[in-house]
Design a protein. Structure first.
Length: 530
């Protein structure tokens, strides 16, 4: 490899998946510099998308993520990420090898499962009281703006509490905010006048993933179910990633008043699945954006399904059935063939097609990097306190192999310094140390102690969060009771004030009358004497 020209090395690297390129970064300094350049990352992504290479199946369960290459589904890899702890982790979109992760409206991240790089989004404050928000009325979306070459996250929240109009709002208020990865900031988006009518009704999601935006035509899309009243039809909301504008996309006329619908992206086009009383599923596709919808296929219903990707010869379509299994659907014979992924038998996982890319769009998680450095520093300090060593008889001579291994390890640490999540180290029972073997022995119990302490801290934080939530609910109930009591006491207080005012006015009238009467008495003797 050292004797090959860099042009040939570059051409070889462009054909490799991102997971392999991450390991190739430790080969040499030129390789490390080449793979990290923005030009190489863009060229690798372009080639991967054009040729349909290195496609991965991302299987997402409520707490775990797994990946398997579409060409080799028998090799399953577990994906660890920092949002894994703390509850239900949702994947709300994927683009160019990046996926969006969320645990709550405050805890969001952009993650690359191939390189394990992550960018934690800053917390965006809510303009809607948190106690009026459920998971079912929060909409997310992840997309790439091809105009500005920026990755954006959209968060839409609808309050389940109808506004009283005091603050100028009406209906069920909507809040829309967009995050830009380039600026690392959130900004609020206001509804145009023609969309304010959407705030009149409260929308219940048909499926939990219906709240995830679908990327097509440089826009994110959400389907809102129909409501009785002013909006008797289904509505597709779209968010233009280039202009940050909200709008409405036309709906197939035959499905405007239908029920049980879901959207996805297939072959780069917007798709709409209509479930007709669970007897069959009609899949509609929008080939040309803002064009006409056309019926793509009709499949005998096995429940909920989503088309994911074509086979290489485009004779089959990979379908996800009921978030349980994957099947190949033959377009000619209309038959099904189950795709078996070893290690996922019996698991209820929804699937997503992700390309293996080096796109990072971030420099890792700086908070986690600092914590990792401090942890390693503490471990080294504790290890030095409980270590002993004796000089080895072979320490006088330098070993070139050990130096090369050390240099390779240095590059590996530098490559993973952005952020690589791994499971806690599990140490096997160490053999009894021999103080005369010339090696340095460090007690490993300190590592386990630190990990256990971190787990206890996380458990305490969860308990505090639960207590805070309970307190918030109690405060909400107390505010409600105080509001009711204040309304009940408003009328008696008003009557009492009116009564006191009348008595005071009567008293003043009597006093003035008595004074006027006294003046008349003083004037009477003078008049008689005259």
């Amino acid at each position: 490899m050292a004797n090959l020209p860099m042009d040939i090395v570059n051409d070889i690297f462009l054909r490799l998946p991102a997971t392999t390129l991450v390991r190739c970064r430790v080969l040499s300094k030129p390789c490390f510099s080449l793979i990290d350049t923005p030009d190489f990352i863009a060229s690798h992504l372009k080639r991967t998308l054009e040729n349909g290479e290195h496609l991965m199946i991302l299987l997402r369960s409520p707490r775990l993520l797994h990946t398997a290459y579409l060409d080799a589904p028998d090799k399953l890899s577990d994906v660890d990420h920092p949002l894994q702890t703390g509850g239900f982790t949702e994947v709300f979109g994927s683009v160019n090898g990046l996926i969006g992760l969320t645990n709550s409206p405050f805890d969001l991240a952009i993650f690359n499962p191939s390189t394990r790089k992550i960018h934690r989004l800053p917390v965006a404050p809510l303009d809607v009281p948190e106690r009026f928000i459920n998971r079912e009325n929060v909409f997310y979306g992840l997309g790439h703006d091809s105009v500005s070459d920026d990755y954006k996250v959209v968060r839409m929240i609808q309050s389940k509490h109808k506004s009283d109009g005091v603050d100028g709002s009406f209906g069920y208020p909507f809040e829309v905010k967009v995050f830009s990865l380039k600026s690392n900031r959130w900004k609020r988006i206001f509804f145009p006048f023609e969309l304010l009518i959407l705030c009149i009704y409260y929308y219940e999601l048909f499926l939990y993933r219906s709240g995830n935006g679908v990327l097509a035509g440089n826009s994110l899309h959400w389907i809102l179910p129909r409501s009785q009243g002013l909006i008797p039809c289904n509505t597709i909301i779209r968010f233009d990633l280039a202009s940050d504008d909200l709008g409405v996309l036309s709906f197939p006329q035959k499905l405007c008043c239908g029920d049980n619908m879901e959207m996805c992206v297939f072959d780069g086009c917007l798709c709409l699945m209509s479930y007709s009383e669970f007897s069959h599923v009609d899949v509609w596709i929008l080939r040309e954006y803002e064009g006409k919808w056309s019926k793509f296929i009709t499949v005998e219903s096995y429940g909920f399904l989503r088309p994911l990707v074509y086979s290489k010869d485009r004779s089959k379509i990979l379908l996800e059935l009921n978030s349980v299994k994957l099947v190949w659907y033959d377009l000619a014979s209309m038959s099904f063939e189950t795709l078996v992924i070893k290690g996922c038998e019996g698991l209820q996982c929804s699937a997503e097609i992700v390309v293996s890319s080096l796109v990072l769009g971030c420099k890792g998680d700086p908070r986690r990097t600092r914590e990792k450095k401090m942890m390693h520093k503490g471990l080294r300090t504790m290890g030095q306190l409980y270590s002993y060593s004796q000089p080895s008889s072979s320490s006088a001579s330098l070993d070139i192999t050990s130096l090369l291994e050390a240099e390779g390890q240095l590059y590996a640490d530098q490559a993973e310094s952005g952020y690589t999540i791994a499971v806690p180290d599990q140490y096997a029972a160490a053999p009894e140390a021999d103080a005369n073997d010339g090696d340095s022995h460090i007690w490993k119990w300190c590592d386990v102690a630190v990990v256990e302490e971190l787990r206890d801290t996380q458990q305490q934080l969860r308990m505090l969060k639960d207590q805070f939530f309970e307190t918030d609910q109690k405060v909400a109930r107390l505010e409600k009771i105080v509001g009711v009591l204040s309304k009940k006491k408003a009328v008696p207080k008003y009557r009492f004030a009116v009564g006191v005012s009348l008595l005071l006015l009567l008293f003043l009238v009597i006093v003035s009358w008595r004074k006027s009467l006294g003046g008349i008495k003083h004037q009477c003797p003078a008049w008689r004497s005259a």
